[in-house]
Design a protein around this ligand. Structure first.
Ligand code: SF4
Length: 474
């Protein structure tokens, strides 16, 4: 176990119980962390890249501490957070160690660190441009017995202890008498991040989440009330406020997730937006997803431009370093995650949808394997990780990350969006299948590919000189 990991766990245990200790230790911790993360020479990473990583980690723990101090996160919840997310995330219990070792021996690679599962496509809302094309009438749902078997393999054979649940609306999941909260109830040693529209978080559900303690809801917003209700439906914002109040009253750590589009980008570039959700409403983290032209009525029109994306990158850096709230942008924060995390790369992730299709990433709607089919043939989910599609994706990631001793431009890390032609070449050669009708149409749409390839060229033109000057290790 490295020093950094040991420090984080010990720090977590002490700080939960005592406010004064939190203050003193947090300063000490910051100094040691800076020494370890910035002053040390780290292969490929320039000092500026290391500073971003440090600012990211510091914003993460400071966001939790600030909300512990404000009483928004209860001590009881925070203790469970340390036992699950911190300890299980940073350490390897004997069982996890054994699972990882066995996987490594068998496949010659460390397993992915987590998975995103969307157990149901059902949703009570009908948002414009939903990446999942969800509705309230769809029947597409993974049976509990399949979900249970999937979780068991991921937990027992890949050593996973962190699970992301998406949708559809996870709180609408019902199968074989089970609800989505039966996952954290069964896998008590693991931590669950659940993306939700928030409208179903009643006082009773918030209480149940608090009692379980190993879940954090990430509630989707689009900006303030106008932007949120425009995309999600009238009255949704008020429902979100109620959900946040219920969670605060139970001391549950929650976050927000926002899709950046041409319609709300100006709001996302203001300080007011971050102040509103962090300072006023008590969020502890924020995910930013830039609109991906996939899913219902996909359109490249809603995508933010390369210039807007670059502005958002600078805003993200400012929020981390100056406001010290934890924000991660799936495309602009690749310095923190060491690039694209898809394709089940070691420590990275992959995605399983409501039909059991296994995909490299939530934003890559193409697959080769299906969980139900694999199980019926006596095979395992790990077999899907070694399809030509996944293997070639990981080869591309490796080559892009380390370009003859230089770190690839982390301002354009995305396999499907920022390197669209490369992605298409790999997808076609691997004979992938589309997840749904929209993905099938996108695959055949020449205009769509042209727009994405032009986007990539423009992003390269804007960010490559900046990357070279500010981030390339000399
Ligand atoms: S494919 Fe794109 S969105 Fe998916 S993990 Fe990689 S960088 Fe992120």
């Amino acid at each position: 176990m490295n020093l950094e990991k040991k420090m984080i766990s010990n720090f977590g245990k002490v700080v939960v119980g005592n406010k004064l200790m939190r203050k003193v230790l947090s300063k000490k911790f910051e100094k040691t962390l800076y020494k370890n993360m910035v002053e040390k020479d780290i292969p490929l990473f320039s000092r500026n890249a290391q500073i971003d990583k440090f600012n990211g980690l510091r914003a993460m723990y400071l966001s939790v501490l600030k909300n512990l101090d404000r009483g928004i996160i209860s001590k009881k919840y925070a203790k469970r957070l340390v036992e699950t997310l911190v300890e299980q995330g940073f350490f390897q219990d004997d069982h996890k160690k054994e699972a990882i070792l066995t996987f490594k021996e068998k496949y010659d690679m460390t397993p992915p660190g987590f998975v995103t599962i969307s157990p149901t496509k059902k949703c009570n809302l009908n948002c414009i441009g939903c990446y999942a094309s969800s509705t309230s009438t769809t029947a597409e749902t993974l049976d509990w017995s399949i979900l249970d078997k999937t979780m068991t393999e991921l937990h027992d054979e890949m050593g996973m202890r962190f699970f992301v649940i998406s949708g559809g609306e996870p709180l609408m999941y019902k199968s074989e008498g089970k609800s989505i909260l039966d996952l954290p109830r069964k896998w008590k040693d693991s931590f669950f991040l659940i993306y939700t529209n928030g409208t179903l978080i009643t006082p009773d559900i918030a209480k149940e989440i608090a009692e379980l303690g190993n879940i954090t809801p990430s509630i989707s917003v689009e900006g303030f009330e106008n932007e949120t209700d425009y995309r999600r439906g009238k009255g949704v914002y008020k429902g979100i406020l109620r959900a946040m109040k219920n969670l605060r009253e139970e001391g549950v750590l929650f976050g927000v997730s926002v899709t950046a589009t041409k319609k709300n980008i100006d709001v996302l570039l203001t300080d007011k937006f971050y102040d509103h959700y962090f300072e006023k409403l008590g969020a502890t983290y924020m995910w930013i997803f830039q609109y991906m032209p996939i899913g219902r009525k996909f359109t490249t029109e809603l995508m933010i431009s390369p210039e807007q994306r670059f502005k958002l990158f600078k805003k993200w850096k400012y929020i981390l370093s100056e406001k010290q709230w934890f924000v991660a942008d799936f495309w602009n924060s690749a310095i923190l995650s060491k690039g694209c995390m898809s394709c089940g790369k070691s420590g990275g992730y992959f995605y399983i949808d409501w039909n059991g299709n296994i995909m490299p990433c939530v934003f890559i709607p193409y697959y080769k394997h299906n969980v139900k089919q694999l199980f019926s043939e006596g095979k395992k989910i790990s077999d899907a990780l070694f399809s030509d599609f996944f293997v070639k994706g990981r080869e591309w990631q490796k080559k892009y990350f380390n370009q003859n001793g230089k770190l690839g431009n982390m301002l354009r890390p995305c396999f499907i969006r920022d390197h669209h032609q490369t992605f298409m070449d790999i997808a076609i050669a691997s004979k992938v299948l589309p997840q749904d009708k929209s993905a099938e149409e996108a695959m055949k749409d020449e205009g769509y590919h042209k727009t994405l390839i032009e986007f990539d060229e423009e992003l390269k033109r804007i960010t490559d000189p900046y990357w070279k000057k500010e981030y390339e290790k000399k």
